[in-house]
Design a binder for this molecule. Structure first.
Ligand code: SF4
Length: 73
């Protein structure tokens, strides 16, 4: 379980945009997203979540579908 970061995915939103799931898998530099169980959905790779660099690329790709939450201050 990640200690420092939580990544929330709303696949109802991600699935609505063609190619968005693939883009998320591609854009994250530390491979936090993998293709989900349904086509056009993504799943979070829990063991990579703490590697998140807060680069914001996933939220730029899907401002409504992805939320990266810092669990520390
Ligand atoms: S902020 Fe960057 S490193 Fe973190 S999950 Fe999004 S794309 Fe990956």
């Amino acid at each position: 379980m990640a200690m420092f970061i939580r990544v929330d995915v709303d696949n109802n939103i991600v699935e609505k945009t063609a190619g968005l799931a693939d883009k998320l898998v591609e854009v994250c530099p530390v491979k936090i997203f993998k293709p989900g169980p349904q086509p056009s959905a993504v799943e979070v790779v829990e063991e990579n979540v703490d590697e998140c660099t807060l680069c914001d690329l996933c939220m730029q790709a899907s401002p409504k579908g992805i939320r990266v939450v810092k669990l520390y201050e």
